[in-house]
Design a protein around this ligand. Structure first.
Ligand code: IPD
Ligand code: CA
Ligand code: CA
Length: 266
């Protein structure tokens, strides 16, 4: 069985097409042109190429849809009803270093709600996808979050801080606090895959501050459709594309929220 719907098919097709050049680029990383967007923040020619192919493919299907992208900004700004949210390579740092932990991430949003999404790691050939009401899948198999009952037994994943972060101390002390209360914490370098891995039960939970919407848009629906809970915290109304997120299976969600959110309110 696999997830089959018009929107998912459009996204899948765009992912497969874009992944061909991405796989080629990954085999020749020494030839990539790399530029710096800010301290420790890089963009490669592969990010730009991948994004271009994805935009072209999605526009063939719906030329009028809005698009929020990491590298090209916002396209068709006036359409806020129907929007694609694209991260062409989530995990660029891994990609540049020859580490196969990166993914294309594409979400589809309708009236401010993510309705479907795909996260594709072309090197591992793992395609995670979900559509509202129709479940979440890894390739052809239905996926579910883990069944871990207690936060103290949980394996969590997180990321950050970015080099330019102004709240590094807060993020590090949060990391120490959480680490002492759970089984262990990993840092894998791709927010999209971190979310997908919680969705399929490899991790029990994920949290991170200072993300961009495109890092997690597809992950939100994949995680929810896999039976997980997602919470945004300390939201900044003036910056709707900036996100702090906490996501986990339903059993540990309250305990996990208390650990991250209550601690910061005290
Ligand atoms: C980054 C990855 C990383 C996270 C950073 C993101 P990029 O995305 O998701 O895991 O820690 O906050 O910016 O730059 O590789 O697309
Ligand atoms: Ca990203
Ligand atoms: Ca990216």
């Amino acid at each position: 069985m696999r997830l089959n719907s018009p929107k998912i098919n459009i996204i899948n097709k765009a992912c497969i097409k874009a992944s061909r050049s991405l796989i080629r680029d990954f085999g020749e990383i020494e030839k990539l042109q790399v530029s710096t967007k800010g301290p420790g923040d890089f963009v490669t020619s592969a990010d730009r190429r991948t994004e271009k192919i994805i935009i072209e493919e999605l526009q063939k299907a719906h030329p009028d849809y809005g698009i929020i992208t990491e590298e090209s900004g916002i396209i068709n700004k006036s359409n806020i009803q129907n929007r694609w949210i694209i991260d062409p390579i989530d995990g660029t740092m891994n990609f540049m270093n020859g580490i196969p932990q990166f993914a294309i991430s594409i979400g589809y949003e309708e009236e401010n709600e993510i309705k479907c999404g795909v996260i594709f790691n072309p090197i591992m050939n793992e395609m995670f996808c979900a559509e509202k009401g129709n479940g979440a899948y890894l390739n052809n198999s239905r996926i579910r979050v883990s069944n871990k009952k207690k936060i103290k037994d949980s394996l969590l994943v997180t990321g950050g801080p970015k080099q330019a972060s102004k709240i590094k101390d807060k993020i590090f002390s949060e990391y120490i606090n959480v680490s002492t209360k759970v089984s262990n914490v990993r840092k894998f370098g791709s927010a999209a895959l971190d979310m997908a891995y919680v969705a399929c039960g490899r991790f029990d939970g994920y949290w991170q501050r200072e993300l961009n919407y495109w890092d997690i848009a597809a992950g939100i629906i994949i995680l929810k459709e896999a039976g997980g809970f997602v919470k945004f915290f300390e939201e900044e109304p003036n910056f709707p594309l900036k996100k702090n997120i906490l996501a986990s299976n339903s059993n540990i969600h309250d305990e996990f929220s208390e650990l991250i959110i209550k601690k910061n309110i005290e």
